[in-house]
Every structure is written in structure tokens, then in C-alpha cells.
Design a protein around this ligand. Structure first.
Ligand SMILES: Nc1nc2c([nH]c(=O)n2[C@H]2C[C@H](O)[C@@H](COP(=O)(O)OP(=O)(O)OP(=O)(O)O)O2)c(=O)[nH]1
Ligand SMILES: [Mg+2]
Length: 131
């Protein structure tokens, strides 16, 4: 099965993380996600991140730091998530596609329904932001 390459942005501001809810009718529907999407042909992952965050939540990424790369097999789909922390951006993230949106604390990220691949992201964030 072909692997889908995805750019994912962990939007972080004032000790909180901005997530949107995936529509019910799509892959991993109804779960909270970090905004992002597929890297298109001819695009770098950084360009994909910039484009997807503009399309989905209308922010301009000013800087991003790589956090981790996750390869996960959902059975019906194989994904490679390249995850970046986005803590410098212009604009206020706002869901552009009618998605539910919410800012969560680090503690809350462990309690909400996320795609299985995201367990590794939350673990890494716990290490990264441990105080
Ligand atoms: N954006 C995002 N995708 C995730 C996360 N965790 C996770 O397993 N995924 C998976 C779900 C999807 O199979 C894939 C993302 O692809 P997508 O369907 O949202 O791609 P896209 O935004 O380009 O959407 P589209 O053009 O197909 O409508 O990655 C996450 O935290 N954020
Ligand atoms: Mg998407």
C-alpha cells in the first residue's frame, strides 16, 4: 500500500495547543487532529505545512521546528506524519472548513480522542514541554 505523506502543525501559544476536529465522513473522522494535510507533488514538507495551515486555519507560519516523524499503518491507510511545532505565526487560527476548534492544555491532550498515530506526538510533547 502506498504511504501518504502528511505535514502536521502543532500550533502552540500561551501554554495551549490548537486542534480541530476531523469531519465524521473522512479517514479517522470525528477525532481531534493537529491541522495539516498531504504533501503534494513538487512541494517540500515545509511548503505543504505553510499551505495547509493557511487553507485550514488561516495562519501564516513564520517559523517551525521539527518535532518528530511517525510512520503508522491504520490497516486501511499507511501514513507518514512529519510533525512540526509552530509557535511563530501571523493571524489567529480560525477553522476555515467548518471544523470544530479548541485550544487544549498539555494535560487535556491525553484525555481527548485522537488518531492512534498521535499517541507518539503527545508523548513527545510531554517530554518537550515537561516543566
Ligand atoms: N492533519 C492531521 N492528519 C493526521 C493526524 N493524525 C493522523 O493520523 N492523521 C492522518 C489522517 C489522514 O489519514 C492523514 C491526513 O490527511 P488528510 O486527509 O487530512 O489530508 P488533507 O488535509 O490534504 O485533506 P484532503 O485534501 O484529502 O481533503 O493523516 C493529525 O494529527 N493531523
Ligand atoms: Mg487535513
Amino acid at each position: 500500500m502506498k504511504q501518504v505523506h502528511v505535514a502536521v502543525g502543532v500550533i502552540f501559544q500561551n501554554d495551549a495547543f490548537y486542534l480541530t476536529k476531523r469531519a465524521d465522513n473522512v479517514h479517522q473522522g470525528g477525532k481531534w487532529e493537529f491541522p495539516g494535510g498531504k504533501v503534494e507533488t513538487g512541494e517540500t514538507v515545509a511548503q505543504a505545512l505553510q499551505r495547509e495551515l493557511q487553507e485550514e486555519v488561516a495562519i501564516d507560519v513564520l517559523a517551525c521546528q521539527p518535532l518528530l516523524i511517525i510512520e503508522h499503518d491504520y490497516g486501511d491507510k499507511q501514513v507518514k506524519l512529519e510533525v512540526f511545532i509552530v509557535d511563530q505565526f501571523q493571524g489567529e487560527p480560525t477553522a476555515q472548513e467548518g471544523q470544530q476548534e479548541q485550544w487544549f492544555s498539555l494535560e487535556e491532550l491525553s484525555e481527548i480522542d485522537l488518531p492512534a498515530a498521535n499517541t507518539a506526538i503527545v508523548e513527545k510533547l510531554n517530554q518537550h514541554f515537561a516543566s
